[in-house]
Design a protein around this ligand. Structure first.
Ligand code: FES
Length: 111
């Protein structure tokens, strides 16, 4: 258990350092697979660890990287999040018989 906790802490530190340096971070040491490769695979449609294993070979040797790799899948801590900027604005449909919107003129006077 202590080894697993230590590995998780080391993974978190590595992740933070990689973010700070904007560098590749190896998720799977056995197969030399980076976070960017895993993210790209997820962006291309991988939704399960089995998908990542089939496409990249991640977590197919010792398996230590499996939990970290899963965090890149949809719903995981490192999964891509659609930004508000990318999202389409909500569309409001008006019925054909809706009255025209009423605008109120606002005059602001400086003191
Ligand atoms: S670190 Fe990924 S299989 Fe060993």
């Amino acid at each position: 258990m202590f080894t697993r906790m230590r590995d998780n802490i080391v993974n978190e530190i590595d992740f933070c350092l990689a973010l700070l340096n904007n560098a590749d971070m190896y998720i799977c040491i056995c197969n030399a697979i980076s976070d960017k490769q895993v993210s790209a695979s997820v962006a291309n449609g991988a939704t399960t660890l089995a998908d990542l294993q089939a496409e990249l070979g991640v977590a197919t040797n010792c398996g230590c990287c499996a939990e970290t790799a899963k965090e890149y899948l949809p719903g995981g801590r490192y999964a891509p999040v659609a930004s508000a900027v990318d999202a389409e604005p909500p569309r409001v449909k008006h019925a054909a018989n809706d009255p025209a919107p009423v605008f109120q003129e606002v005059v602001v006077q400086r003191a």
